[in-house]
Ligand binder design. Structure first.
Ligand SMILES: [Zn+2]
Length: 248
């Protein structure tokens, strides 16, 4: 994927009170970082982006008629869901792969990446949410991710997982609706919870404003191809609709 911009806003005029974000939508590398010293094959893996997450975010934007803000930069350049002081913001190692170009960056070089990629993406998220709040909306914040199917030699059974902290206003009803889907294996804070000390996007854009949120992970082997992306987007969207959280 060629790098074009730090973010993309899809369906900006969407009418539903939902704002979708996709922090790890892209594996694109801006020209100035070169290849980061990472092999091309590794740039296609989950360490560089959330496989399938961007098409799912766009499907959800179409299904709900909502805007979606997608990051345009690989998380190996900067991880848009990490706090600025977090060592994994600009990782020098990810799932056993060394990222040579990220080792020993000066504070100035780190700040350049924050200013060029992280800040514009989050400013776009903030702008979309703020403009809706000004109209009196209380949009649902929907953060779309995908997760690898194997971690540390263990297979992950969950097809769709929701990550939350103690604020489960939206999460609990949607989990209940997902549990009604025959045969679907659903994760509740597995493999990850939503940790306000680690995650950036949901605390920054939803918790800080008291907005309801959903943070969802789709298992990447199921959504790597177009058919699976569409299928799982629909399974999830139907559950959100059935949950009743969208009815005021
Ligand atoms: Zn992610």
């Amino acid at each position: 994927m060629n790098w074009t911009a730090p973010f993309d806003v899809f369906n900006p005029e969407g009418k539903t009170a939902i704002v979708i974000v996709c922090d790890h939508a892209s594996n694109a590398l801006p020209g100035e970082v070169g290849c980061l010293g990472v092999a091309e094959g590794d740039m296609q893996r989950h360490i560089a982006w959330d496989i399938g997450a961007a098409p799912i975010a766009r499907h959800l934007a179409r299904i709900f008629d909502a805007p979606a803000v997608l990051s345009g930069t690989s998380r190996l350049v900067i991880d848009c869901n990490r706090k600025l002081h977090d060592p994994s913001l600009i990782p020098s190692m990810s799932d056993g792969i060394i990222i040579p170009a990220n080792e020993g960056l000066s504070p100035g070089q780190r700040q350049k990446r924050i200013d060029a990629y992280f800040n514009p993406y989050h400013a776009a998220c903030r702008q979309v949410i703020t403009s809706r709040c000004r109209k009196g909306e209380r949009p649902l914040f929907l953060s779309v991710h995908s997760m690898t199917d194997h971690m540390d030699g263990t297979h992950r059974p969950w097809e769709i997982s929701l990550s939350s902290n103690e604020d489960r206003r939206a999460t609990a009803p949607v989990l209940a609706a997902l549990s009604e889907v025959p045969g679907l294996v659903v994760g509740d804070n597995q493999p990850y919870d939503m940790d306000p000390t680690q995650d950036y996007s949901t605390p920054e854009h939803a918790l800080s404003r008291g907005l309801d949120y959903l943070q969802v992970e789709f298992r990447q082997d199921l959504v790597a191809e177009a058919k699976g992306q569409e299928r799982y987007a629909h399974i999830f969207a139907e559950a959100v609709k059935r949950s009743g959280i969208l009815t005021p």
